[in-house]
Design a protein around this ligand. Structure first.
Ligand code: GLA
Length: 381
């Protein structure tokens, strides 16, 4: 009886001081405590970093998996609120996460049967998703410790993350040197710049896996969010979500988001593709030429007025509407993330490209530089 009381007396002022000195970062669901992320893993230091732009927007990012833990942006009344799902502690992320907020590599999405051939050599990856390899295998880039450096750039505060994936890691060929820069720009954008180089031919497809919920960071579902995707085609899949190779027109199907449409409007459709995905879990092919940064999608949440635009250099995007969330993941502030309470807009090359000769290539040769840039831009209307 006595000890807990003493504990409270000691912890109380410490908490107050931490809040006073900004040691805790406020999110709509409470605070993210950097202490809950401070730990050494395999000798490498893990921390929680805070980026705050000049308009008061705030992102907290840990160098474990390059995970965006919280992202606070204003609603139409100027009130800041968190718009991503995640956990309060590093331990929760290590324990069990459906890739909340993380960097994904070496290969975003699925590779059929975990197999590919490059330079005449066959490679077998871990089959961590039915028969297929998903998101880089057992220990993808979402589960490694990145080296971190905070930067002050003319655009806004940034966090530079670097990681060297060894030749043979997760059975991928080539030593892959990777750099990811997260910038919280003063134009209210979360900008992600990726770069990678290899010493042997390999496949690379990096992406980011935030689960967005512009209303309440996952307390309620995302079905009322209105999504627009600048795309006339998507890549239909088989029952294990491997593309068939076809580029299918979206016109007349639940996949047509060329005009802003509520996600819930057609999510229960009888379309076979929707059954395979248990909802939306597909790759859209952007209507675009070239590799310039271009607006490709937008997301609007009518009750808060929050509006997010997506710009990218990539040819496609996996839109996943949280079909596998079922309330078992207890996240920030104790929120149990129920079915479809978060959605991912993973800009990337198409799934299974190593086995699909007609898809844009994801092969990277020594001497070449892989780059991709994606911007999530926030405003209200
Ligand atoms: C991606 C996949 C989904 C699912 C999620 C994580 O978006 O396409 O099928 O695996 O990641 O749960």
């Amino acid at each position: 009886m006595f000890t807990p009381r003493r504990g409270l007396v000691v912890v109380g002022p410490a908490l107050a001081l931490a809040i006073f000195f900004g040691g805790f970062v406020r999110t709509s669901s409470g605070q993210v405590n950097p202490e809950a992320f401070r730990r050494k893993i395999d000798g490498a230091q893990v921390e929680l970093y805070t980026l705050k732009n000049k308009n008061g927007l705030e992102a907290t990012i840990t160098n474990y998996g390059g995970i965006v833990v919280s992202l606070s942006v204003p609603d139409k009344n100027g009130k800041l609120g968190d718009v991503v799902l995640g956990y309060d502690t590093l331990n929760d992320y290590i324990g069990n996460t459906p890739y909340f907020g993380s960097l994904i590599g070496r290969y975003g999405n699925r590779i059929a049967k975990g197999r590919f051939t490059i330079s005449g050599v066959d490679y077998q990856l871990a089959q961590n998703n039915a028969e297929n390899s998903l998101h880089g295998g057992r220990k993808g880039f979402d589960k490694v410790v990145w080296q971190a450096e905070k930067l002050d750039t003319p655009e806004g505060p940034a966090l530079k993350l670097t990681y060297t994936s060894k030749d043979g890691e997760e059975n991928y060929p080539g030593t892959l040197g990777c750099e990811v820069i997260y910038t919280l720009t003063n134009n209210n954008e979360l900008k992600i710049q990726y770069a990678a180089e290899t010493d042997k031919p390999t496949f690379v497809n990096l992406t980011h896996h935030s689960y967005f919920n512009l209303k309440d960071a996952g307390a309620s579902d995302i079905l009322g969010h209105e999504l627009m995707i600048k795309s006339d085609k998507f890549t239909p899949v088989d029952k294990d979500l491997i593309p068939t190779g076809e580029l299918r027109p979206v016109a007349g199907t639940p996949f047509d988001f060329s005009k802003p449409t509520a996600i819930g409007a057609r999510v229960e459709s009888d379309d076979e593709q929707m059954k395979f995905g248990r909802g939306y879990d597909h790759n859209w092919v952007f209507n675009r030429q070239g590799k310039e940064l271009e607006l490709v999608a937008s997301l609007y949440e009518p009750t808060t007025g929050r509006f997010m635009e997506v710009l990218t250099t990539e040819p496609g995007m996996q839109f996943y509407c949280g079909n596998f969330l079922d309330g078992t993941n207890k996240g920030k502030g104790g929120t149990a993330y129920q079915h479809r309470t978060g959605l991912c807009l993973e800009t990337q090359h198409f799934p299974d490209s190593p086995n699909q000769p007609d898809f844009p290539t994801t092969e990277l040769q020594p001497g070449e530089k892989y780059t991709q840039t994606t911007v999530y831009r926030f405003s209200t209307k």
